[in-house]
Design a protein around this ligand. Structure first.
Ligand code: AGP
Length: 612
């Protein structure tokens, strides 16, 4: 999932492109490139590897150009290399493009174009588009682009420039996100995501599928790709600022975002429940209490960490709202026979709001008349614009590829949704939900105190486990998904093979992995399944596993059966998943940091997975 940036205006373009790419590097970082108009020609520079390589290259190049495009890549077709890096050109070199997405029919198009004499210089699917535009070009680049993409199957966010019309950039969107930035007298911007625009403007236009924009230094117009018809677009103002997308003195965005969780949780719960009456107000749900009470089934759909949040919510929704709840990995959900109808509430959960599988699953559910209430962190993202309603997590921009504050905020939003539905079904009294939601209100203060303390403890523990090759995480009930999340965090940033298991599953196979070298972390809060987890830990101890326990303050018995114990304050058992996630985030961060891994941009990953 690449990041693209474009600018045309009165300011020097190179610094704007480089700064924009820096703020999008979490989307892909295996190669990068830039192109700008210089004396009627297109100057193109590309590098393999991190963006810093391109920055160094550009340090020695002087240009006053005022129009250009940039790209940071996450390879899908053609290995990371200078030749496969974007921008790509046509045979003449007068047309250049940057692209985020996948051209599914690129092979047949390439063969057809080669038979017409086009020469290709890369292995990418993208280059096909440059030659296709060249084929269609007849003095009007916007028209040629529209004709070219009409031959394309797949997803694309495109930026196009042509020496024949140096006063414009062309932007086109189909399935991959693209947002435009407007600034009175300040030029026109395009980018794959908001953070790239924030240093220059908060006024944005979200392109929809099959829309194209022509960007000029003092104007911007949008039209439909199929017929060129003008489209009036609303300018939206983003309530984020550039600083929120910077490290604020932390070594990594991930660590900063772990420490931002108290505020993120407070922002997500604030104004959404009345501490007196316990009444939940989620106006963005757009379903009346009658309609909510009429919901027969809930289907939670997500990927990765967001899927773990969905797994936790199943326990809450079935316990408090007594609604049968299914949880699906979106990439499976979209290809299985779905038994959904207007009595089903489908909840797509996505930090970015752009994950292709979750989006496709949501669209499928919508076509089956299900009601769609999304949980999302990015205002104006595609999921939010196509859902019936969206409960926003107010975690602020999450830049670290490993999701942290968005996850705990998703849990808060899902808990509020659970309480809302339980109240609509008269399954819970105002007092009961007030008691529970007041724990949510108290959590930020608890985390403010606990996060620095746990960080120190993890400094010690991580030293001992930094060289381990495998790691097991165990949990029961709503903490089982937290074990999965802990394992995912360690996997994605430290590259250690880690697995999360329902503790009761251990003796059905994974216990075979246990020996004196196997670290096992178990979540053992004082809750109804406490004794069961303790028995599972005893089974690990009997096989000399190296045991880390996370449990309730004052539970001294844990020391007897473990090598390390992280104690956490006692809160309502149902909200433990939020609290018990923190030590696992910090353990993964510390180990990855000690191993010298690039915590914010782990290998082979990208922040928002916009292709299938
Ligand atoms: C989590 O740390 C990962 N970045 C990844 O698993 C992520 O949760 C998944 O790609 C879903 O992303 P979304 O929430 O933006 O849809």
């Amino acid at each position: 999932m690449c990041g693209i940036v474009g600018y045309i205006g009165k300011r020097r373009v190179v610094p704007i492109i480089i700064e924009g790419l820096k703020r999008l590097e979490y989307r892909g970082y295996d190669s990068a490139g830039i192109v700008y108009m210089q004396d009627g020609k297109l100057e193109k520079h590309r590098c393999e590897g991190k963006l810093v390589n391109l920055e160094e290259l550009m340090d020695d190049i002087e240009t006053a150009s005022r129009a250009g495009l940039g790209h940071t890549r996450w390879a899908t077709h053609g290995a990371p290399s200078e030749a496969n890096a974007h921008p790509h050109s046509d045979c003449t070199g007068e047309i250049v493009i940057v692209h985020n997405g996948i051209i599914e029919n690129y092979h047949s198009l390439r063969e057809e174009l080669q038979s017409k004499g086009h020469h290709f210089s890369s292995e990418t699917d993208t280059e096909v588009l440059a030659h296709l535009i060249e084929e269609m070009l007849d003095g009007d680049i916007a028209k040629a682009v529209r004709q070219a993409v009409s031959h394309v199957e797949g997803s694309y966010a495109l930026g196009v420039m042509w020496t024949g019309e140096p006063d414009r950039l062309i932007a086109v969107r189909n399935q991959s996100p693209l947002v435009l930035g407007v600034k009175e007298g300040g030029g026109s911007f395009m980018a794959s995501d908001i953070p790239a625009l924030l240093p220059y403007t908060k006024d944005v236009i979200f392109l929809d599928d099959q829309e194209m924009a022509v960007l000029k230094k003092d104007s911007l117009s949008v039209c439909r790709v199929d017929n060129g018809e003008k489209v009036e677009k609303e300018i939206e103002t983003i309530d984020w600022n550039a600083g929120m997308a910077e490290k604020a003195g932390y070594k990594h965005f991930m660590l900063k975002e772990i420490f931002e969780q108290p505020q993120a949780i407070l922002n997500t719960v604030r104004g959404r429940f009345d501490a007196e009456t316990g009444k939940i107000s989620l106006p963005e749900v757009l379903l009346s209490d009658e309609e909510l009470a009429g919901i027969k089934r809930i289907s939670l759909v997500a990927c990765g960490t967001s899927w773990h949040a969905a797994l936790v919510a199943k326990y809450w929704l079935e316990k408090w709202a007594a609604i049968p709840t299914e949880v699906d990995i979106a990439s499976e959900f979209r290809y299985r026979r779905l038994l959904l109808d207007e009595h089903t509430l489908v909840v797509p959960i996505s930090q970015s709001g752009e994950t292709a599988d979750t989006l496709a699953g949501m669209r499928l559910a919508k076509s089956l008349k299900a009601r769609i209430i999304a949980i999302c962190n990015v205002v104006g993202s595609t999921v939010t614009r196509e859902a019936d309603g969206t409960i926003y997590t107010h975690a602020g921009p999450e830049i670290g590829v490993a999701s942290t504050k968005a996850f705990t905020s998703q849990l808060v939003a899902l808990f509020l949704l659970t309480m809302k539905i339980a109240q609509a079904k008269k399954m819970i009294s105002g007092e009961e939900s007030a008691a529970l939601c007041n724990v949510l209100i108290d959590l930020p203060e608890i985390l403010e105190k606990e996060i620095p303390r746990i960080q120190e403890e993890m400094d010690v523990i991580s030293e001992e486990f930094v060289r381990c090759r495998d790691f097991l995480y165990l949990g029961r009930g709503a903490n089982f998904p937290i074990a999965l999340e802990g394992a995912l965090k360690l996997k994605e940033i430290s590259y250690i093979h880690a697995e999360g298991y329902a503790a009761g599953e251990l003796k059905h196979g994974p216990i075979a992995l246990i020996d004196k070298d196997m670290p096992v972390l178990a979540l053992v809060p004082k809750d109804p399944v406490y004794k069961k987890v303790i028995s599972n830990v005893e089974e690990v101890k009997a096989r000399h596993g190296r045991i880390i326990l996370v449990g309730t303050e004052g539970d001294e018995d844990l020391r007897r059966i473990s090598d390390h114990v992280i104690y956490l304050p006692e809160i309502h058992e149902d909200l433990n998943p939020i609290l018990y996630t923190i030590p696992l985030q910090l353990l993964a961060y510390k180990i990855a940091n000690l191993r010298g891994c690039d915590v914010d941009q782990p290998r082979n990953l990208a922040k928002s997975v916009t292709v299938e």
